[in-house]
Design a protein around this ligand. Sequence first.
Ligand code: GLU
Length: 422
Amino acid sequence: MASKQPVVEAPNIWAVAQQQFDLAADKLDLDDGMRRVLRVPQRELTVNFPVTMDDRSVEVFTGYRVQHNVSRGPGKGGIRYHQDVTLDEVRALAMWMSWKCAVVNIPYGGAKGGVIVDPKKLSTREVEGLTRRFATEISPLIGPDRDIPAPDVNTNAQTMAWIMDTYSMHHGYTIAGVVTGKPIAIGGSLGRNEATARGAVFTLLSWAKATGTSLEGLRVAIQGYGNAGSIAATLLAEQGAMIVAASDSSGGIHAPRGLDPAKVGAWKSEHGTVVGFPRADEVSNQEILEVDCDVLVPAALENQITRHNAPRIKARVVAEAANGPTTPEADAILHDRGVFVIPDILCNAGGVTVSYFEWVQDMQSFFWSEDRINESLREIMDRAFDAVYAMSTRHEVDMRTAAYMVAVARVADATTLRGLYP
Ligand code: GLU
């Protein structure tokens, strides 16, 4: 049967990333040579690799690791497992990591990895086999001083443990700093698991301060109830906000009188989805973006807020916990409508910031308290928000353009200072 959904073309996310960069480059009056350098990734590796499945058959998977720019330090960025991963997507995500690390001013370049796979269709043993072989295939690029992967969509602390172990086996001794987002027992950091959500909440607190409001009583809709979305729900409820809608890849729920994030989390653990949660209406993953709310937190995938739905978004503020949820056309519409967008490279930078703390702790074999981590995260997020907000006021641009201007200028400076080799 033909789908009743209108066919909506999804913009190529790599073209989107380049378009966002071009806008900032224009505002910064960046010279042509530097534009040419920063507009493309420095290194791209494609690997096709075999994995023995549980029934002893052999499957071949395709994966990527891309380093966009490493002038400010080693490459940094997650690895995602998803059936829709493409090289263009990984390029965009790697470029965004360069800007993200620069906006919070941590000494890393940008990188990203991905494997085309739906891990939910594989057994744990198959995912382990895939992870170990993928880690082996990208081992010419990764390393604690070269390029440091971390979790992303559908990967987690266990995935990082397998990568760390595989890399360590190759070298004959434990090298904890090759990945971040590891389990605490093997060199992970306290607070890392919550860091993306915590950082996003810090940026919302900064927005509230800058606009003379508070989060108390605000109604929040969250698209995506994975690591970032579910923990953001809990932390926002702790700030007195009310979660009115939540969704995951199977669909969403809406309860104008409020949802208890812990109960929704427990329901999702038991049923594998938030759908079916008692005393809530069902909404689709698209409808959730348009529900009546004050704060919208896209915490799923790219290309969610587009020119098609941006005119109908009711939130006053959009906090981008996901990477790339808003297209440039939608950005312009939201800006015209007075919706304040806290852009991904700022809003979700808490994850990579605590990854940086984890890496520093691994290098020193000296581990910090959770209070120290959360305080240091707050300091970095507040400083980054203030720098971006000041840039946006000074140049009368939206927060995304301002964040890009701060970030691109830092990466361009580092690239210029180092000069061209040879
Ligand atoms: N995947 C996360 C992101 O997109 C974390 C990256 C990291 O910690 O290196 O920011």
